[in-house]
Write a new protein. Structure first.
Length: 131
């Protein structure tokens, strides 16, 4: 079983980042999946659509659920050369700081972001802004 990367399929920002991840994932270790998939909660009991609106999720091969910055760390860990990018997470408190940064970016790109646009209908705080 591959790790499932769950993202907002209606969010342009999210779709562009997932496209980059697909190109980087030459080994096909990740299965990107929009949270709008009809059977999402049946396939992944530890994941709710409501939580997916605010953060990406990664469900690993053992069924463990990682959210937000922790999901980003797990994505990087699985990509070629990505382990190097995960080294900063070894510093005590780094994951907490990364999560705060993740939330800050989501809010900055969201309704109060660069162009002051209202949030998209999908509810994703990242909207359709450029990555």
């Amino acid at each position: 079983m591959k790790a499932a990367l769950i993202y907002d399929g209606n969010c342009g920002f999210c779709r562009r980042w997932v496209a980059r991840i697909r190109r980087w994932d030459r080994g096909g270790l990740l299965d990107p999946l929009p949270y709008q998939t009809p059977d999402l909660e049946a396939r992944f009991p530890g994941v709710s659509r409501a939580d997916c609106v605010a953060r990406i999720h990664l469900v690993d091969e053992r069924g463990n659920v990682h959210r937000g910055a922790a999901a980003g760390r797990e994505v990087l860990r699985r990509l070629p050369g990505g382990t190097l990018w995960t080294l900063p997470f070894l510093v005590p408190g780094a994951l907490r700081l990364a999560e705060r940064t993740y939330v800050w970016i989501a809010h900055r790109w969201g309704p109060l972001g660069a162009h002051g646009n209202p949030p998209p209908p999908s509810g994703c705080p990242l909207g359709d802004r450029e990555a």
